[in-house]
Design a protein around this ligand. Sequence first.
Ligand SMILES: CC(=O)SCCNC(=O)CCNC(=O)[C@H](O)C(C)(C)COP(=O)(O)OP(=O)(O)OC[C@H]1O[C@@H](n2cnc3c(N)ncnc32)[C@H](O)[C@@H]1OP(=O)(O)O
Length: 443
Amino acid sequence: MSQHDQYEIRRFRAGRPDDGAAGSGAVPPETEAWLQAVNRGFYDQAFTPRTLRREAGYYHADDRLMTGVYVADAPRYSVGAEVPVATFTSFTNTLSTGDALLPAHLISDVTVRPTHRRRGLLRRMMTDSLASAHGAGLPIAALTATEATIYGRFGFGVATQTSTVELDTTSRFALPMAEDGAVGVVELARREAIAEVAGDVFTRFHENTRGSVGRQAAYPARIDGTINGYREEPDLSVRAALHYDDDGAPDGYLTYRYVDGRGSTDAVPVIKILDLVATGPDSYLGLWNFIGNLDLIERVRYDTARIDDPLPWAMADTRGYRVTGRSDLLWLRVLDPIACLQARRYSGDGELSLAVTDPLDLAAGTFDVGVSGGVPSVQQTATGPRTDADVTIDVASLSSAFLGGATIGALADAGRIRGDETAIRKLARMFAVDRAPYCITHF
Ligand SMILES: CC(=O)SCCNC(=O)CCNC(=O)[C@H](O)C(C)(C)COP(=O)(O)OP(=O)(O)OC[C@H]1O[C@@H](n2cnc3c(N)ncnc32)[C@H](O)[C@@H]1OP(=O)(O)O
């Protein structure tokens, strides 16, 4: 018997809580066992009946396809055979290229039980899922990764990064151009009001932000403290503020929490920003002007800042802005190079042939890429990567370069793009972006 023969793979849509015993609100057993397995996989606390119902409701609203891998029998006293030994979920949302919204195959909740690791279960679930997304015509797949060494082999590349920043908000903090209401009005908001406005504000941000991913159903509850770890009660320490445009409509918000600095090395009063969504520079600077000027607070921390954040450039004392970390957030995997390459505008005009290699053979091919007036036209000229193409790129690198998260120059210097030097320079000019791609959605 091969190792694979002992496993059964089942796929099902997340069950609605009411689908349980006649409207009792119970979660269908298959969904419950699957969700509890994910918790185990990430070392999280088990769901209570109430938090489980809530979580299942969000998964149902996202219309998630769950994959579970099952064994036929489980030894006495062990976790039962109804609990999958591996989990994987996928659902569709949009990826913004800044010029268009692309349907994206989002992958999440990938776990393999320690006792079943390194037997190819992830590979099986991932290759099946990517093949079916490709077959369904989805142009791109996306995920966020716990470790950077797992997903490159499946054609994923880092597409966006974020900075963790800490602001000194003692008397050093000043945003000269945001003073005296010059960038609009900010007011404290009721915590509960955020769920009402967050969707519209995020949609506007999303459409205009290259690299942004649409948010899943749980998001409003996640950012306003309704989801409070695995506790049933909301986190009442979460506070909120809104920025209003000239017509009095909300065009930005932030949620935040006071963190007692005692016990940490710097031991000062700190505000941690949970979510900050601004639809333009005025709302962005207006919200920072508000949060940077709170009485009694000496530091503000934010772990999802742009890597090319305009904030330090707006500050009177740039040294009050400290980058304390940087991490990858969004990983992309091009499935359809033509649909992807045609979904954005470009900075430089020109023509070249591009060969794409792909370990899973989903996006491989040779393409004539032309850009005129910033508008692309892409045609496939061969089903595989031709050796006489001007430039050859692997699909993970293409996925990193697609929205400008990695420059063509850096990828070439890293040995991940090959070809004629003039053509590589031309490709670099085409792909150049004015702002780094930015994603503030964790999924
Ligand atoms: C999108 C998300 O959900 S990110 C969350 C990922 N999950 C976690 O971090 C939870 C803890 N880890 C796990 O559950 C598992 O170890 C997983 C999911 C990372 C890997 O599952 P496995 O079934 O062991 O992986 P599988 O056996 O299919 O390995 C496939 C390949 O990836 C490699 N690989 C697997 N895990 C890792 C890792 N953590 N680091 C580097 N390489 C890895 C394997 O060596 C193998 O390489 P090969 O194809 O070149 O031989």
